[in-house]
Design a protein around this ligand. Structure first.
Ligand code: ADP
Length: 448
């Protein structure tokens, strides 16, 4: 096992990784920007290294500084968390070239899944169901028009290098396609330096359902069921649950097996998430994330597994500590992303937290680096905590969530807590009846 792990991230996920490492008896190194000197994970880590100024390009994305921090502290492994360098194949490669373990997949797998065309081709060949669309890249407008006519409108023009919803354009008719094709290419070229695009059928009212997978370096791979992350605002997940209210045991076992078999086949190392849109009882692959997800705790609650602990063990060459037969889902879990934002505008609201009280009790987990007197810096993502509740079924979980949200105190800044109080009163949410457009429609109508 590693003698020391460097955590190349910040905020709640840095704390999450620190905790898993300490539970394994492994000392931790925090890296931080000048703006994060007072962060909780920095205070708790065994060592810390300031790697640059507030701007993440000069700190959390600063690869030479992070490698130097490894060298200075003698860390044997790097955990990248999510965001920042977690899906940067070049970083994973250079870390390993320095003889340091990257707690994540191989750079090759990160590279393949980071290119949406290559990812789709790879998983399709492994039997994973995909959205109907072009076979690979579409290189001319004439081809685009012909393929769109074959798959039927509406269609999406998507960037191979896309991310965060950028480089994606909808065409409802042939007339729209000219602009959509041109704009997707130019936007993608500007944002990612790559203008390769492909075409996909646009699904009108899907849910977002993702399958958690995990593989080790001994040829073992399992799935840990699905999460439903359909409640999104601007393609950002807001509220996630496990299991999905619309997936039954048989469907879970079937899609889970397809995913586990696929990652076993490619020799995938570590945790990953295969994301699908789900419409009319069919799954359609959209992408694979080669890292830990923000919403991983709902899976942990239902499956009784510490995914970060497994990540660390796998990176150290150990075998998965469970087999598929050991994994039985129990009950239900829901996560709410608590952001430092003002409702209803969602304007960022960083600043001094005058008082903080975390909810607790049975089935309640609060992953957050907040404390009274902490000042939320304005330079980063507005996620300041995740409230995860679990119960023996969904109604139980919703009641507990209401109770736990009522206990949460964050004085001094605004948070998205009122959004969740309002959502819990809604009949569709109570019934689990929503799709990927539901939240934005509801925000426009009911919260305006
Ligand atoms: P990104 O990496 O930019 O987030 P994704 O491929 O994951 O791109 O898609 C982002 C979001 O766009 C999805 O969560 C979904 O809401 C929507 N989307 C993507 N593909 C389709 C599709 N074929 N039909 C309908 N919506 C889609």
């Amino acid at each position: 096992m590693f003698n020391k792990i460097l955590i190349a991230n910040r905020g709640e996920i840095a704390l999450r990784i620190h905790r898993a490492a300490k539970d394994l008896g492994i000392p931790t190194v925090a890296i931080h920007s000048t703006a994060d000197a007072q962060a909780m994970h920095v205070r708790l880590a065994d060592e810390s290294v300031c790697i640059g100024p507030a701007a993440s390009t000069h700190s959390y994305l600063n690869q030479p500084a992070i490698l130097s921090a490894c060298e200075i502290t003698g860390a044997e492994a790097v955990h990248p968390g999510y965001g920042f360098l977690s899906e940067n194949a070049g970083f994973a490669q250079i870390v390993e070239e320095h003889g340091i373990a990257f707690i994540g997949p191989t750079s090759e797998h990160i590279r393949i899944m980071g290119d949406k065309i290559a990812a789709k081709e790879t998983v399709k060949a492994l039997g994973v169901p995909c959205v109907p669309g072009s076979e690979g890249e579409v290189t001319s407008f004439d081809d685009a028009r012909q393929i769109a006519a074959e798959i039927g409108y509406p269609v999406l023009v998507k960037a191979a290098a896309g991310g965060g919803g950028r480089g994606m354009k909808l065409a409802k008719t042939t007339a729209d396609l000219t602009d959509a094709y041109g704009q997707a290419r130019s936007e993608s070229k500007a944002a990612f330096g790559n203008d390769a695009v492909y075409l996909e059928k646009y699904l009108t009212l899907p849910r977002h359902i993702e399958v958690q997978v995990i593989g080790d370096t001994h040829g073992n791979a399992c799935h840990l069921g699905e999460r439903d992350c359909s409640l999104q605002r601007r393609h950002q997940k807001v509220f996630e649950e496990c299991p999905s209210p619309v997936i039954d045991e048989e469907t879970r076992a079937r899609i889970g097996k397809v995913c586990a078999d696929a990652v076993r086949e490619i020799g995938y190392r570590g945790v990953g998430t295969i994301e699908f849109l789900y419409e009319d009882s069919e799954f359609y692959f959209i992408e694979m994330n080669t890292r830990l997800q923000v919403e991983h705790p709902v899976t942990e609650a239902v499956y009784g597994v510490d995914l970060v602990r497994e990540q660390i063990r796998i990176a150290a060459g150990e075998k998965l500590s469970f087999s598929q037969d050991d994994l039985t889902p129990r009950g239900h879990a829901i996560e709410c992303r608590i952001n430092a934002e003002r409702i209803p505008s969602f304007a960022p609201c960083p600043g001094l937290v005058k008082a903080y009280h975390s909810p607790g009790g049975l089935g309640v987990r609060m992953d957050s680096g907040l404390y009274s007197g902490y000042s939320v810096p304005p330079h980063y993502d507005s996620l300041i905590g995740k409230l995860i509740v679990s119960g023996h079924d969904r109604p139980d979980c919703l009641m507990r969530l209401k109770r736990a949200l009522g206990e949460l105190v964050v004085d001094g800044i605004d948070t998205t807590t009122p959004l969740f109080h309002a959502l819990l009163e809604n009949a569709d949410i109570q019934a689990g009846d929503y799709n990927i457009h539901w939240l934005e429609d509801w925000l426009a109508e009911d919260l305006a």
